[in-house]
Design a protein around this ligand. Structure first.
Ligand code: FES
Ligand code: FE2
Length: 453
């Protein structure tokens, strides 16, 4: 597998520079093999805290979770807990979830709505902007101590494409200086109009980067997820690298992998996808090669009827997964119908554990002919109207995340990979060009560890 072979993989070779599907220029990240200590060494983990987690822009919340002033969402990263709060003027602010008085954590739940925050220890109160509005028995404090109004300490916060980013650095560069994706790339999917219909946090016994690595390539599909081979062309994935560690893979769906010699006969998985797109499977006369464009066409027609504005999507976007990585720890599986927002969260103290935090976002469509695609793996009866925001489900440590077969397979595999990585018998990963996103991610991580911010 030479670099050139992978470079030639393009969804649409004719896509012009303004087309979001256009192949990006290759970025050469060298051929280094990294010391595997980065996946388990506590000192490496401490360096990541000091130079990556507290210096980079992190996706802390989605805007649709905060529709009204006073709505808040809690973002836990390492030992920190951050409040993300919708303000009276519609903007979003972030602040440490810590009372200025004696340090009590202000809020214990995941989300809520308040007009002001009241500390449970001595009832100090703070406005939505974090300014202290009440000190109980204020006259009993020496005025010198409370002359300067206490606050919930602010955290840098910016919104982009319906996502709320925070940065724990005291003086970070603007988000746009670090956000490598092209303008309009995420906006095209209108994430701000999508709603979280399922939110699961599971604890996996592996380093967070073992997680990122596995989700940044499709090279393992044939071995770990063989059932995907009937509907996903893992040998035709377009890989693109962006500045500042971002990257994507455009995974053709609705088409058999080129690993299968037989390319014409339909299979039950393709037929299922056609039915889901509203097609009449019985009367379909094409071969398996015709399915992907036919599904795109069916979706386009249905969207026209329902007024969903799919004109803004390329043909590929209608079927494919645009799995897009935002440095350091997020991948978003983008689809017109919804998105799968996954964050690989470091464990507070154990380098060999991480939290796999997944939000399933759905663009609500009120029509009996329309159903949310099966790839989302939503349990029967899930409310996809966007009207109820479900509680976060916490899966006990080491248990399968219960997000469908593919993710259960990954959750079983990763602890085994982690155990191998920390063996004396392992010298560091040998990444092929199907794994170029991993190299790009680790290279950027190293830049941060070397002092970038
Ligand atoms: S710690 Fe919050 S009021 Fe005392
Ligand atoms: Fe996987």
């Amino acid at each position: 597998m030479s670099k050139n072979v992978v470079e030639s993989w393009q969804i649409d070779p004719n896509a012009g520079p303004d087309n979001l599907e256009a192949k990006q220029p290759f970025i050469d990240n060298g051929l280094d093999i990294y010391d595997p200590g980065r996946y388990y060494d506590p000192e490496f983990m401490a360096a990541e805290w000091d130079r990556v987690w507290t210096r980079s822009w992190l996706i802390a919340a989605i805007e649709s979770d905060l529709p009204e002033p006073g709505d808040y969402s809690v973002f836990r990263i390492g030992r920190e807990s951050i409040l993300v709060v919708r303000q009276q003027n519609g903007s979003v602010k972030a602040m440490y979830n810590v009372c200025a008085h004696r340090g009590n954590q202000m809020v214990q739940n995941d989300r809520g709505s308040v007009m002001q925050f009241t500390c449970a220890f001595h009832s100090w109160q703070y406005g939505l902007d974090g300014r202290c509005t009440r000190i109980s028995d204020k006259e009993t404090f020496n005025p010198e101590l409370v002359r300067q109004e206490p606050v919930l300490k602010p955290v840098h916060c910016e919104t982009l494409a319906g996502l709320v980013f925070i940065n724990l650095d005291d003086n970070p560069p603007p988000l746009m200086d670090r956000f490598g994706l092209p303008e309009g790339y995420l906006e095209n999917y209108e994430l701000d109009k999508m709603h979280c219909v399922r939110h699961v946090i599971s604890e996996w016994h592996a380093n967070w980067k073992t997680g990122v690595d596995a989700f940044y390539e499709t090279y393992h599909l044939h071995a770990v997820h063989p059932e995907t081979q009937d509907v996903m062309d893992d040998m035709g994935v377009q890989l693109d690298l962006y500045p500042h560690g971002g990257s994507r893979m455009l995974v053709p769906i609705g088409v058999k992998t080129k690993r299968q010699a037989e390319q014409d006969a339909l299979n039950p998985s393709l037929q299922y996808m056609m039915a889901e797109a509203g097609m009449d499977v019985e009367s379909f006369e094409g071969s398996a090669r015709d399915v992907r464009p036919a599904i795109a066409q069916a979706k386009r027609e249905r969207a026209k009827r329902l007024g969903l504005g799919y004109e803004r999507f390329t043909q590929g976007q209608l079927t494919d997964s645009w799995a897009t990585g935002v440095f350091p720890n997020t991948q978003i599986g983008l689809h017109p119908e919804g998105a799968f927002l996954m964050r690989f969260m470091p464990h507070p103290i154990d380098p060999e554990k991480f939290y796999y935090d997944t939000m399933t976002l759905v663009r609500p469509v009120d029509d009996p002919d329309y159903s949310v695609p099966g790839w989302m793996g939503l349990p029967e009866g899930t409310d996809t109207s966007g009207e109820t925001r479900p509680d976060t489900e916490y899966v006990p440590s080491g248990e399968a995340p219960n997000l469908g077969l593919v993710l259960d397979q990954d959750s079983e595999l990763l602890p085994v990979v982690q155990r191998g990585i920390r063996s004396k018998g392992f010298d560091g990963a040998i990444w092929g060009e199907q794994e170029q996103r991993l190299r790009h991610f680790h290279k950027e991580l190293n830049r941060y560890l070397d002092g970038k911010k």
